[in-house]
Design a binder for this molecule. Structure first.
Ligand code: ADP
Ligand code: ZN
Length: 673
């Protein structure tokens, strides 16, 4: 083995784009401009396959057992990361137990910088006339005065729906841009509507870049470079936009910070809100987390003094909060039995008078299709997906679909099992609600907004445009219509079946139903008219619904915190899930059990880990998807340090011993289904 002289070439630790968390030593020739944060091309493995890597740090070890390979080249069109950006990626890698070299791939755009191919005709950011700012309300002024620019600080902006949070962001951003800095706004994908982008564009025309998943690769690449070249200084995007290594960051805003869609469920399973807080701290700039219904994690941090709480209690111009009624449709039937079973007399009356008054109404139901289940009344047979542990959803008259693997079937006239009974649809979906509304109001224009109807940016734009121009009287939709939308003439909201949200086996189910009801209600009466909301449920005394009715976050948070503390769930403890899946169930169980035995041994061995709990393996509520059996192991501990220790050891064990199954570590999981 030859020892390389440091005078001739220097040695670097490089994180490889491969499922490995350790770094490898490479040698860089003097002619290469290599340093920490630089993307490079390196030979890797026995066949010296060319892969990309990220230079992490200089190698300072004196003696080498092996001759390191040479870095081939600096990766083209990959600007080197600043030290704070590299530090942040290393934090992500460590916190979420995920290879740094793979995280690096999220930083850079998918295509080459320049191309001959043209973008779509429609601009990514709408061309709009500039609009002068509103005079700020006293609450807005007070909040803005408390946000200190030019230094780090995490602010939780708790403002009721319609209190003017967006206006606060805009004001802060304009100060930041005036100082010559840049700004990043993260919003949930679903609320990244043309309406929201337009509001920013009206104030910062020519300064905005947008990154989200409905863009083409070309558009994404172009937007990325506009930011990196300093042509656009305000980046608005969904969670992945945060990886753009923008220079000179002056503020980060995370709107609707409680949204679960900030959690990425695949590959690097990060929570964009949490990762953005760390990023802002490292970049030494303030971050504003805004919500009408803050997550319990953020609320807890504010109570502990880690975040600074800012509050806005009033809607702008003293517009009233909507009036919320909770109704059990079983106890509020129409006397003649003419209404569809899901529709209470009260909600029908309101829909009718609201329509007659010329206002718009929205009906919310978080379930697509006609019905989630088709069953034979005689023998109990139900159409199930052969690949997944779930019933098939009926769409249209006969069409059955699995919402997990897209398996299709056709509903037959007679039961395939007993050949006597007739299969019937059970439960309710948006398509059925739409059909019923059309029958009840034959003259009215009804529009449905769910993933079956709206799958592109153009379709969302079309929906918004039709609502704004009053071409729609009834909007029926899933969570697609729950957030961010602001329609002048929308004064009535019906939550068709609130139980869908809280009948979920998840410790955050109460929180989700409170958030959802509050957010959906917040769409009503945002302008001249008094908003009204009818929540239909079979559980009219559900605590989350009562809190939403009173518009009282404090009421909700008080009762829910007690519950979380009792079971040591976040924000009081930390949770990590390990998901194990495989084709053969017994292998999933065996390897899961082996992993649990190993982890339990670990917690007994080390004093610091004794208070933690390892639970499972238990079948996931959705115990089979796409022919793979799914089991969970849950790790509960008092803090992240302990979790991180256990998770890293779990990772080593999985690499060495779990060869027949796929085991994925999910730190701070959001979906336990
Ligand atoms: P939030 O984000 O808290 O739901 P928005 O920022 O969307 O609230 O504000 C709600 C509505 O009030 C919007 O139509 C917005 O244009 C308007 N608005 C916001 N601030 C003011 C203000 N200071 N004066 C008048 N209207 C305002
Ligand atoms: Zn399926």
């Amino acid at each position: 083995m030859i020892e390389a002289g440091p005078d001739k070439a220097s040695h670097w630790q490089v994180a490889i784009n491969a499922p490995l968390r350790c770094t490898f030593t490479y040698r860089a020739d003097d002619s290469l401009q290599v340093g920490p944060g630089q993307s490079v091309k390196v030979p890797f493995g026995p066949k010296n396959r060319e892969v990309t890597g990220l230079v992490v740090e200089a190698n300072t070890e004196e003696c080498k057992k092996f001759e390191p390979k040479d870095i081939i080249a600096v990766a083209p069109e990959r600007p080197a990361l600043a030290p704070t950006q590299l530090k942040w990626l290393r934090w992500l890698s460590n916190y979420y137990v995920y290879p740094l070299g793979q995280i690096q791939q999220l930083v850079y755009p998918p295509l080459k910088k320049h191309s001959q191919r043209k973008s779509r005709k429609e601009p990514v950011v709408p061309d709009v006339q500039p609009v002068a700012p509103h005079p700020l309300t006293d609450e807005q002024k007070a909040v803005i005065a408390q946000i200190e620019l030019g230094q780090k600080g995490t602010y939780l902006l708790h403002g009721v729906t319609g209190s003017g949070k967006t206006e606060v962001y805009i004001e802060i951003i304009s100060e930041v841009l005036e100082k010559g800095q840049t700004a990043l706004v993260l919003v949930p994908e679903i609320s990244l509507t043309p309406q929201l982008v337009r509001r920013f564009a009206e104030r910062f025309s020519g300064e905005i870049a947008v990154i989200h998943s409905h863009l083409t690769e070309r558009e994404k690449t172009d937007q990325w470079w506009q930011v990196m070249d300093g042509k656009k200084r305000l980046l608005i995007g969904a969670r992945s936009a945060m990886f753009c290594p923008m220079p000179n960051l002056g503020v980060i805003v995370v709107d609707e910070e409680h949204e679960t869609s900030f959690k990425q469920e695949e590959k690097l399973k990060y929570n964009a809100r949490d990762a953005a807080v760390v990023k802002a701290n490292m970049e030494n700039c303030p971050i504003i987390l805004g919500s009408a219904t803050p997550s319990l994690e953020s609320w807890h941090n504010a109570q502990e003094g880690k975040y600074k709480l800012l509050t806005m209690k009033e809607r702008v111009q003293s517009r009233p909060m909507p009036i919320v009624e909770i109704i059990n449709p079983r106890q509020d039937r129409d006397p003649h039995g003419e209404l569809p079973y899901w529709l209470s007399q009260t909600l029908y009356n309101k829909l009718k008078s609201n329509y007659e008054a010329g206002h718009q109404a929205a009906l919310f139901l978080n379930r697509r299709g006609i019905a989630p289940n088709v069953q034979c009344y005689d023998c109990g047979f139900s159409y199930q997906c052969p690949n997944c542990d779930i019933s098939l959803t009926l769409h249209g008259k006969h069409h059955l679909v699995c919402h997990y693997c897209n398996y299709h079937d056709r509903m037959s006239e007679e039961c395939p099992e007993c050949k006597e009974g007739e299969p019937k649809a059970y439960g309710l979906g948006t398509e059925a609600v739409e059909n019923d509304i059309r029958k009840l109001f034959p003259e009215a224009k009804v529009m449905r907004a769910d993933r079956d109807e709206i799958s592109s940016r153009e379709a969302i734009e079309d929906m918004v445009q039709k609502m704004e121009s009053n071409e729609v009287h009834f909007l029926v939709g899933t969570q697609m219509i729950a957030k961010g939308l602001d329609f002048k003439n929308l004064s009535l909201v019906g939550i068709v079946h609130a139980d869908v949200a809280f009948n979920v086996p998840d410790f955050r189910a109460n929180e989700r139903s409170f958030q959802l009801c509050t957010q959906v209600s917040g769409r009503a009466g945002r302008h001249q008219t008094q908003g009204e909301v009818i929540i239909q449920t079979y559980k009219t005394n559900h605590a989350s619904l009562l809190a939403a009715q009173n518009h009282s976050y404090e009421q909700f948070v008080g009762q829910e915190m007690e519950h979380r503390q009792l079971f040591q769930y976040p924000p009081f403890g930390k949770v990590t899930a390990i998901r194990i899946s495989g084709i053969r169930e017994h292998e999933v169980i065996e390897e899961g059990q082996a992993l649990v035995r190993f982890l339990q041994g670990l917690t007994q061995e080390f004093e610091a880990l004794k208070a933690s709990k390892i639970m499972g393996p238990t079948p996931a509520p959705l115990s089979k998807i796409k022919n793979r059996y799914r089991y969970h192991i849950l790790i509960k501990a008092e803090n992240h340090k302990v979790i991180n220790l256990i998770a890293s050891r779990a990772e080593d064990f999985i690499k060495a011993h779990c060869k027949r199954t796929k085991c994925l570590i999910d730190v701070d999981p959001y979906s336990l289904i």
